[in-house]
Design a protein around this ligand. Structure first.
Ligand code: MD3
Ligand code: FE
Length: 215
């Protein structure tokens, strides 16, 4: 029997290899969802969500960070910084429940030495999107990225190492965890415009945590 994980009406494989080095593990974060949400609220209290500006304009996704390093952007470009430019303070510590989930998921995905030092937190309201990009600001590309999705479902676009490579789409739902490393680390990816909805635990939004080795 295939092992399927159901959420709403659709049943999808509990574990799916996306490409070499990348695995999607559905529903894995549900075991700690209340702890994740409490920790998230505390982080957002200290370091509020904000819409960063990039060289291309203001992002529709609101962001904050926790951990030693945080992803920041302004008109001149992107970087990781140990200080929140909005508050002038260090980013909030990475909550234990965040770190543990990321380390366990990375190990399960085949990356058994991964310890994150940065967690970028993305908040999508309906209408928000993240255009196709590569994650290449992290110092050590040998380290994977672990992604945790919460709240409303989103259509994730996954391409290849070149922008023109064909795109496949995956539905990312509440509790899904993905690990991206090795040959998939520099693949292009994005999130299609979020559809309206109301998640029973999170409300009318989607939250994504990405754990990185950035500094
Ligand atoms: C594939 N976030 O913050 S996470 C980002 O759902 C970002 O908010 C999306 O892309 C989100 O940079 C997608 C999934 C993800 C993260 C990193 C990757 C997929 C990846 C790195 C390489 C390949
Ligand atoms: Fe990304």
């Amino acid at each position: 029997m295939r092992d399927l994980f159901a959420d709403d009406e659709h049943a999808l494989p509990r574990r799916e290899n996306i490409t070499a080095g990348a695995v999607l593990m559905r529903g894995v974060a549900l075991g700690v969802e209340d702890e994740l949400l409490a920790a998230l609220a505390a982080v957002a209290q200290d370091a509020p969500f904000r819409h960063m500006t990039t060289p291309g304009g203001v992002m529709s996704v609101a962001m904050t960070n926790c951990g030693a390093g945080g992803w920041v952007s302004d008109r001149s470009g992107y970087r990781y910084d140990s200080t929140d430019p909005e508050t002038g303070k260090p980013w909030p510590d990475m909550p234990q429940v965040f770190r543990r989930l990321a380390i366990e998921a990375a190990a399960d995905g085949g990356y058994d030495t991964f310890v994150p030092d940065a967690c970028l937190i993305n908040r999508y309201l309906p209408g928000a999107r993240l255009s196709l990009h590569q994650d290449r600001n992290e110092r050590d590309m040998a380290c994977p990225i672990v992604s945790v999705s919460l709240g409303l479902p989103a259509s994730f676009q996954f391409g290849g190492p070149k922008r023109i490579d064909p795109i496949r789409k995956y539905l990312l739902r509440h509790g899904d965890v993905a690990v991206w490393g090795g040959p998939s680390r520099l693949c292009y990816h994005g999130i299609s415009t979020l559809k309206a909805g109301d998640h029973p635990k999170i409300g009318p939004m989607r939250i994504n945590l990405t754990f990185r080795r950035a500094l």
